[in-house]
Design a protein around this ligand. Structure first.
Ligand code: MN
Ligand code: MN
Length: 301
């Protein structure tokens, strides 16, 4: 079917309900929540925009032909789209409960749950659904640390998801943050992260990619959180809080591949994509492609 026809599920995966019992390799859940953004809104529309763009990468049962290896990839991958969390409009605490509940339900059905934000605050309730994963590590690819205690009088904004997770989840052992930059860093947050032993890698230490990869966790259960503002906004402008001089697409894919090959990936989110700032539509396409690259890295390395 042509990519501009039919009803949009992620990569044209069969739609499944979290109210029913089934199992699959991977499942995609939208979290259309953006009232915790500190700047330009719109990420609530990202799950729908990414689904629509993903039809360009609709996955045939015979898989994708790979030019590099001359073989089919992701053959018979069982991918499901479970739709979006049904969120209240103005009850953030109830929203967090529903996000956690849906994330837990998806986790019980698939090997790799994939979450489409939403702003980055959604990673906190999602991570609460991973509170029983032994020795949990997080790899966060982001221009920002998101480890602030309180900003603009709230503890639950997109600046704080990993601070809240670190307080809440006794199984959360370590966070590696890659791509840090900008002039708005929070000194207290940096010190708090460092005192917990987190690995903080600013963009100016990322020229030598092999050296960066050697600092990634190894042999761990890893939750990977990808904030699209890690990308260079020149080619990925559709985000709330862009910072110049970010990652290329190729570098981001290499980091995801290295994280997935060295560890057991237990969950993945892509957050902060803001379709109303995507005048070319390219950002939605690149977001969908990055999720496809993640599936390739996990299921067909
Ligand atoms: Mn973030
Ligand atoms: Mn960010």
């Amino acid at each position: 079917m042509l990519p501009f026809s039919g009803i949009s599920s992620f990569a044209r995966a069969p739609i499944a309900s979290l109210e029913q019992d089934w199992r699959a390799d991977a499942g995609v859940l939208g979290v259309p929540f953006d009232i915790a953004l500190g700047f330009r809104p719109g990420a609530r529309f990202a799950p729908r925009a990414i689904r629509e763009a993903s039809l360009r990468y609709a996955l045939p049962t015979e898989g994708f032909y790979d030019l590099k290896t001359d073989r089919q990839r992701l053959v018979n991958l069982e991918l499901r789209d479970v739709g979006d969390v049904d969120l209240p409009s103005l009850e953030p605490e109830l929203a967090r409960k529903r996000i956690e509940f849906a994330a837990r339900a998806l986790r019980s059905r698939v090997r790799l749950p994939v979450f489409l934000g939403g702003d980055h605050s959604v990673s906190y309730p999602i991570l609460r659904a991973f509170d029983d994963v032994p020795d949990l590590h997080i790899v966060q690819i982001d221009a920002h640390l998101d480890f602030t205690d309180v900003r603009n009088d709230t503890k639950f904004s997109n600046s704080s998801p990993f601070r809240r997770a670190a307080e809440d989840l006794s199984n959360l052992k370590h966070i590696t943050t890659l791509g840090l930059r900008g002039v708005r860093s929070d000194r207290e947050a940096v010190q708090a992260a460092k005192s917990r032993g987190h690995t903080l890698v600013p963009i100016w230490e990322m020229d030598d990619l092999e050296q960066v990869i050697s600092r990634l966790p190894s042999g761990k259960n890893v939750y990977l959180s990808f904030d699209v503002d890690a990308f260079d906004p020149g080619f990925f402008p559709a985000t709330s809080s862009p910072e110049p001089d970010g990652l290329s697409f190729a570098t981001a894919v290499k980091l995801i591949q290295a994280t997935a090959s060295r560890n057991q990936l237990v969950g993945f989110d892509l957050v902060e994509m803001t379709p109303n700032l995507d005048s070319s539509g390219n950002s939605a396409l690149f977001a969908a492609r990055l999720i496809m690259e993640t599936l390739l890295a996990v299921f067909d390395a």
